[in-house]
Design a protein around this ligand. Structure first.
Ligand code: HEC
Length: 128
């Protein structure tokens, strides 16, 4: 990451346009600032004790720790790999439509929200 930013800064001097694009994709996503508010607004009411999603899958999104623990069957986030992370698969609808998340919500999450979740997972899904 540090190297990447350095390279970006070097490139930036030579190619300002390219740099703007690179910097945007390299911004560090934060669990507290970026991810937690999305989960809170779109997922938590079903994914905490008493909610449907929690009841059915065991996935509790109240904290970073409970999120990383995943469902009764295991983790739904694989740090560094959004493609195989189940949480990303279900919000992108890359699974059976009956388990597209947020469950029952027309259209699902916005592209921007999905991009934030993916970036955070790809950057290591840290408690940051
Ligand atoms: C309206 C209630 C509801 C909302 C809102 C909701 N979920 Fe779920 N979620 C469920 C239910 C019910 C299941 C169990 C689905 C099943 O196994 O049939 C589930 C299961 C899951 C699973 C486990 C899937 C698997 O195959 O193991 C993940 C991951 C998940 N939800 C993520 C999310 C995310 C991320 C959000 C917010 C963007 C979200 N959910 C919002 C109800 C909800």
């Amino acid at each position: 990451m540090k190297n990447g930013i350095l390279q970006c800064a070097t490139l930036c001097a030579a190619l300002p346009l390219l740099c703007t694009a690179t910097a945007a994709t390299m911004t560090q996503a934060s669990y507290k600032r970026d991810v937690s508010p999305i989960l809170h607004d779109y997922c938590l009411n079903c994914h905490e004790p008493g909610g449907k999603g929690y009841q059915k899958s065991g996935l509790d999104m109240r904290t970073y720790q409970s999120l990383m623990k995943g469902t009764r069957f295991g983790a739904v986030i694989k740090p560094g790999d959004s493609f195989t992370s189940i949480l990303i698969q279900v919000v992108e609808g890359r699974v059976h439509p009956s388990i597209k998340m947020p469950y029952g919500m027309n259209g699902g999450l916005s592209k921007q929200h999905i991009a934030v979740l993916k970036r955070w997972v790809d950057q290591g899904a840290q408690d940051n």
